[in-house]
Design a protein around this ligand. Structure first.
Ligand code: SDX
Length: 428
């Protein structure tokens, strides 16, 4: 039986702090009384050792490379489920019956349109605008057209807000794609399922008959599933932090989109392809770039490698790597970037620098290969990540509000100037 408390000896006194038990993985020390009792706070840059909440949604074990959505292993979910069912599972905690699934799908289709004024909004952005900036702005603007705050004490209100955002967000993602290519936007088609509808809004050309390619839809569905949630990552923690002030759901998700945009987070999938293209243009000398990544005087990092939590393989990368192979073979595409990616992986995983730091390919390393094979522009890759992560953001926001988590307000260790008096300008 492991200890159920820790003892801190400080200033000649002993203080006990209880351990918060988990069903799986890390147990936590409850330090809520630490400052009152000792005058001390903790310091943990990047929160590498700090739990911000208690959650029941997603579990991951970075050492074993395990990832569970509501207890179901990602390998089984990716193989047997579909993105709409995964959205239900994350939001409601259980796999849906056929009736629950049909009602959920119908609820989303009920909002499968966007106010015309939103179209005028997207028209004012220059085509050169990065799609993530457009998406974050449009998502926040949804509040203007749906001003009613989410009543978290009303389950039906929460469900409607989630279904509305899920429906409308897929339009905003598709529209940012069409905007980038200078193509007219497509509206939703309720005869299709969620991923088919998104695929059609992205790819249907006004002057051609549209055909759904089941291989492409299947690859998109799997990628969205693999990105759906990932416990307290940077963007999800941002959604929770903003939502902890009781900010609305749409504005909270808009903040999460901005966090995901960063190249160290979701923006890495775009940075990986740009890196692979750079290596290819530079003659494909993979060893040269592995050496650059190891050189402390060079700020080049191997994008798509390393992870805050996974110190072994990222189970999503394993699944995506196989899917990349399958879709390229199925579409008959030869992609030099994939060859370079596989060479890079092989060289890096034999190199002591990466092995000793437990740096393995993460979810972003191979996903861009598939998006590119599907004809999606590099700048849209992180938008695809955002569409996948949306149900995770909403589920985590909902859990934070239903658990009545307090407003997030960390403390600091101050190392600035001591108290001093103001000096008049002519005396400085
Ligand atoms: C995602 O949190 C999540 O769950 C995120 C995510 C999700 O689903 O939400 O999984 C999605 O964001 C995946 C990560 C995508 N980012 C990248 O691929 C960018 C490249 N990787 C990194 O910059 C880095 O690995 C992080 C940001 C992902 C993790 O950084 P950490 O945990 O803060 O680790 P660190 O920066 O402290 O690095 C530890 C050591 C350092 O070397 P030393 O100082 O010990 O000598 O490893 C080195 C780093 O320099 N290192 C790398 C490296 N990543 C870490 N060296 C070269 N190339 C890299 N990619």
């Amino acid at each position: 039986m492991s200890d159920n408390k820790v003892v801190l000896n400080y200033g000649g006194n002993s203080y006990e702090y209880p351990i918060v038990e988990s069903t799986l993985g890390d147990r936590g020390i409850d330090i809520s009384k630490l400052r009152d009792q000792t005058g001390l706070i903790t310091l943990d840059l990047g929160y590498k050792n700090t739990g911000a909440t208690i959650s029941e949604i997603t579990y991951l074990d970075g050492d074993k490379g395990e990832l569970y959505y509501r207890g179901y292993p990602i390998e089984q979910i990716a193989d047997k489920s579909n993105f709409t069912e995964v959205m239900y599972l994350l939001l409601h905690g259980e796999l849906p019956t056929q009736d629950q699934f049909s009602k959920f799908e119908a609820g989303i289709k009920n909002y499968n349109y966007i106010a015309d004024e939103m179209k005028r909004l997207i028209d004012v952005f220059p085509r050169s605008a990065h799609p993530m900036g457009v998406l974050s702005s449009l998502t926040s603007a949804l509040t203007a057209f749906n001003p009613k705050a989410v009543d978290v004490n009303s389950p039906s209100d929460l469900d409607h807000a989630a279904e509305m955002l899920i429906a409308k967000f897929s339009h905003l993602c598709a529209w940012t794609y069409r905007k980038k290519l200078g193509l007219p936007i497509n509206h939703g088609d309720n005869s299709l399922n969620y991923v088919e509808n998104f695929y059609r809004m992205c790819f249907r050309r006004p002057n051609e008959e549209f055909h759904l390619d089941p291989v492409v839809v299947g690859a998109l569905d799997k990628l969205l599933i693999l990105h759906a949630d990932h416990e307290q990552n940077c963007s999800t923690s941002t959604v929770r932090m903003v939502g902890s002030a009781h900010t609305g759901l749409f504005a909270s998700v808009s903040a999460g989109i901005s966090a995901l945009w960063g190249p160290l987070h979701g923006g890495a999938n775009q940075a990986v392809i740009e890196m692979l293209e750079m290596i290819e243009q530079d003659g494909g000398d993979v060893a040269k770039y592995v050496e650059k990544a190891k050189n402390k005087d060079d700020n080049f990092r191997l994008m798509g490698f390393g992870h805050r939590v996974y110190k072994n393989f990222d189970p999503r990368a394993t699944i995506i790597k196989k899917a990349a192979d399958d879709i390229l073979n199925s579409l008959g595409i030869e992609d030099k970037a994939l060859d370079i990616a596989m060479q890079l992986e092989r060289v890096a995983l034999e190199d002591e620098y990466f092995v000793s730091r437990k740096l393995y390919p993460n979810v972003d390393f191979y996903s861009g290969i598939i998006y590119r094979a599907l004809g999606i522009p590099t700048e849209m890759f992180t938008v695809m990540f955002a569409l996948g992560r949306l149900p995770g953001w909403i589920s985590q926001w909902k859990e934070m509000r239903l658990h009545n988590d307090p407003i997030g307000r960390p403390r600091q260790v101050y190392q600035g100037a001591q108290k001093r008096d103001y000096i008049a300008m002519n005396a400085r």
